[in-house]
Design a protein around this ligand. Structure first.
Ligand code: BGC
Length: 845
């Protein structure tokens, strides 16, 4: 008789088999595994580096020896202890820890975030956000980015890196768009392959995340993603597949559900696709606290529960002892964990030595990436580059307090971070600074509170409680932002009630623990919360309760009002008028755990930019934002430079680009919509943010720029857009079928200007006439980043791989080559197509 658990397992296996039958027989798949690397190579000639990528990971001992021997000698409690996280007695501040089994020489594993550098308590190189790295369209640079993190992770005591993240940018609202690469599957695939090789070549195990379809933060722990098989394989899995082909050691399952089942217990994904179709031989871990079951998750292919053992600790031990979970499932997961450790030499008697940090090398790469990804969106009237020796007004909070990186698990403690005000000041005749947009608030006026009280620097000693019950007088009806700065952890922050309203209620879950990067900590480190309300004139009851707890509590209650905002804007306008040039830093502070609620810049920044550009049209807006923002003020600006979160060397890179010491090398890896109503997931809540717990990807394969082309919608800035300080001509296109499959697309690029500069030549591909499938009008099929001296000309060949020429056929559950004549465009963005040619994709395949 079958136990209920066995029945479940059998049913799951049966359904998995049918899923596999659906996915089986992959003529193109064998090429596809190699295609990730081939695509990376096509971009920058990455093949040599790929060959050395396993440099530090050692050849695993012959199968059946060390790992099998260990599995045989481990006790059941020891085995289950290797399948879940536990607290680290010697923590270095990393996200996770799996204790080892010292008796058998199995060392502990330390697992650290993340995407823009190693997140531990110690300082590390804070690299530019991955979205900025991606803007360089340069897999070779992604490899070096990975090498920096790989070496630092090892130097900082880590074994596993919780990165790269490759969930595509599907909606401009998604809170983690800065942590990932692009809206385009081909570019994301190339970059993750190269970065993974870079990380692992230094001996650190990479974890590609979040598998799969974690494309929004809103309801991320519960939302059920419904996507067609075609878009799943062609679009959303492509970068994961490339990471597996690049031999990532680990995969992190996503929070969300896919087709009704949590990603962490989804056998179709974790076993059917990952192991059986792609041949993944590493370990699969859960996202943090994203495991929902014991037997089902383990059977589905989730090997490691993080960060604790809620399901794989005592419950797993009991389930095996009771006979409801076969020990073979435990052994399989343990074997996978140990196999990865063995591959990286961690089980050796003399494990690879940990290198020292090379902070200077990290900083150099951080600077190079920030310059290479700097994306000049607009440049009118010769606003940029700035001429040295003129007066400059620097305006905006991130001009003074650099926005180094995003919030949440991607936050890194930087080695250092300069102020843009200083790096610009070093090049200008004179620099003035105006805040323009207040992010930390001003003290409450003494006469506003009755009875009078100092709410600006209160310390409540341990064990004591301070209470206030009085009135706040508001002189005229106005919009007020209250700001609470406090030192205790969120659950103990002071309670502030205005009338009956609790101004700073505790938000659920991660929203509290993963606030954004810049504006959620005051310069002295106190946490900051904000609340904006419209207040009527008159007296409002104000009550504050602040508990000292066991460590004491320091807090401030501040405010921003219409009057203080107006004064800040007026000061900025005065500074703008008095200067030759203006550099206005605008920010938007995104984080995991929540999506943005608007595409506009937060606070009063739109009004500030409007006022400043009216005062001085030679204004450059530098955007320190996570993703696309709307720009109602665009036409009045001189220039707009997108720097995202530029890392610890961001100030130096920003100034170097502004002054033309280097060419702005970045191009958009996501389309910027004109407004919140015209983008791929606008206007239909079923698509985003979802209804009844479900989000439907009904746009199919038409993600990002493909959707704009399909619908004929004009974006604010198209995918691939970015200006140089020089100009380029594209001529002589030719497309030739390649023996064995693929097309070689050749063309000539000439720098026609008087400065050296960078262009990113992009190759787009039209649909196959032979496939009766809904194909993109144009899909990105290849690209080449080119640095050309003034007047220099270069003939370029970009390989379009068989995979790129193929579609996933949902009737055959397999790839099918898109034969027939394929139109090929070559251009400087998805909307700036300069050349057109074509070739028969099936000719030599
Ligand atoms: C995030 C992961 C991260 C983990 C550990 C989770 O909330 O989704 O990306 O690696 O926390 O910090």
């Amino acid at each position: 008789m079958q136990t209920p658990e066995e029945t479940r397992t059998v049913t799951r296996t049966a359904s998995r088999r049918s899923a596999l039958r659906l996915l089986a027989g992959a003529a193109v798949t064998a090429t596809a595994a190699a295609a990730g690397g081939a695509e990376a190579a096509a971009g920058t000639g990455g093949t040599e580096a790929a060959a050395g990528a396993e440099g530090h990971s050692r050849a695993a001992t012959a199968p059946g020896t060390r790992v099998d021997d260990l599995v045989a000698r481990l006790t059941l409690p020891e085995k289950t202890s290797l399948l879940h996280g536990a607290s680290d007695p010697h923590t270095l501040g990393q996200a996770g820890h799996v204790p080892g089994v010292p008796r058998l020489g199995i060392p502990p594993l330390r697992l650290a975030d993340g995407p823009a550098g190693v997140r531990v308590t110690a300082r590390a190189t804070a690299l530019p956000a991955p979205v900025l790295l991606a803007a360089a369209f340069d897999p070779g640079l992604a490899r070096r980015y990975g090498q920096v993190i790989g070496r630092e992770g090892r130097a900082l005591g880590q074994d596993v890196l919780l990165s790269p993240m490759v969930n595509l940018i599907r909606t401009p609202y998604a809170g983690r768009n800065f942590e990932t690469f692009a809206e385009d599957p081909l570019l994301a695939a190339d970059l993750v392959a190269a970065e993974t090789e870079g990380i692992q070549g230094e001996g650190l195990i990479a974890t590609v995340k979040h598998f799969a379809l974690n494309n929004q933060e809103k309801d991320r722990e519960t939302v059920d993603v419904r996507v067609g098989e075609r878009a799943l394989h062609e679009v959303y899995l492509r970068a994961f597949e490339a990471a597996v082909a690049a031999r990532t050691g680990a995969v992190m399952a996503a929070y969300n559900k896919v087709g009704g089942t949590h990603a962490g217990e989804n056998a179709d994904l974790l076993t059917g696709v990952l192991r059986e179709r792609w041949g993944f031989d590493g370990l699969v871990m859960s996202d943090w606290s994203a495991t929902h079951s014991t037997a089902a998750a383990l059977a589905a292919g989730l090997d490691l529960e993080m960060p604790d053992g809620k399901h794989y600790g005592a419950p797993l031990l009991k389930a095996v002892t009771d006979g409801t979970v076969p020990e073979a499932h435990v052994d399989r997961a343990v074997r996978r964990v140990l196999t990865v450790m063995d591959r990286f030499g961690l089980l050796d008697a003399d494990p690879p030595p940990r290198p020292a940090r090379d902070a200077a090398a990290g900083a150099a790469v951080a600077r190079e990436v920030a310059e290479a990804g700097a994306t000049l969106l607009r440049n009118e009237r010769g606003t940029l580059p700035l001429a040295p020796g003129r007066t400059v007004a620097v305006i905006g909070p991130t001009g003074d307090r650099p926005l180094v990186g995003g919030g949440g698990s991607a936050h890194v403690v930087p080695d250092r971070a300069d102020r843009p005000l200083d790096t610009i000041g070093a090049r200008a005749a004179r620099v003035t600074y105006a805040l323009g947009e207040d992010v930390f608030g001003k003290r409450l006026p003494a006469d506003a509170l009755a009875p009078a009280a100092d709410t600006d620097s209160r310390h409540v000693p341990a064990g004591e409680t301070w209470t206030y019950d009085g009135t706040l007088t508001v002189p005229e009806a106005d919009e007020w932002t209250f700001l609470l700065h406090y030192s205790a952890e969120p659950t103990r922050r002071p309670e502030v009630r205005l009338g009956d309203e609790n101004l700073f209620p505790l938000a659920p879950g991660y929203t509290e623990y993963f606030p954004g990067g810049l504006v959620t900590a005051a310069p002295d480190g106190l946490a900051v919360r904000r609340r904006t309300l419209r207040l009527t004139a008159g007296r409002h009851r104000l009550r504050i309760t602040a508990a000292g707890g066991k460590d004491g509590q320091t807090f401030r209650l501040r405010r921003i009002t219409g009057a203080t905002r107006a004064a800040d804007v007026a000061e900025a306008v005065r500074a703008a008028r008095a200067a030759d040039d203006v550099v206005l830093f605008a920010y938007e502070d995104a984080t995991e755990g929540q999506d943005r609620t608007a595409l506009s810049l937060p606070g009063g920044q739109d009004r500030l930019i409007d006022a400043v550009t009216r005062a001085n049209p030679r204004t450059t807006v530098v955007l320190n934002t996570s993703s696309a923002v709307t720009m109602p003020w665009l036409a009045r600006t001189g220039a707009v430079l997108q720097m995202y979160y530029p890392g610890q060397e961001g100030a130096a890179a920003t100034a170097a680009v502004l002054y033309g010491e280097c060419d702005p090398g970045g191009r958009l890896t996501q389309t910027f919509p004109a407004d919140g109503d015209r983008h791929p997931v606008a206007g239909d809540p079923r698509r985003y943010p979802g209804t009844h717990g479900t989000v439907e990807y009904t746009e199919g394969v038409h993600i990002g720029h493909r959707w704009y082309d399909a619908r004929g919608v004009r974006p604010l800035f198209p995918f691939g857009h970015g200006l140089s300080y020089t100009s380029f001509a594209y001529t002589d296109p030719e497309a030739r079928p390649v023996r064995g499959g693929g097309l070689d697309v050749s063309f000539t690029v000439r720098n026609t200007g008087r400065r050296d500069g960078v262009t990113v030549a992009q190759v787009y591909l039209g649909p196959s006439p032979d496939l009766r499938l809904d194909q993109p009008v144009r899909a990105l099929a290849g690209y080449r980043r080119l640095a050309l001296r003034a007047g220099e000309r270069r003939r370029v060949t970009v390989r379009v791989t068989s995979r790129t020429l193929s579609c996933w056929d949902p009737r055959r559950h397999d790839w099918v080559l898109g034969t027939g004549r394929r139109t090929v465009w070559i251009g400087a963005s998805s909307a700036d197509l300069r050349l057109r040619t074509g070739a028969d994709a099936g000719a030599l395949a």
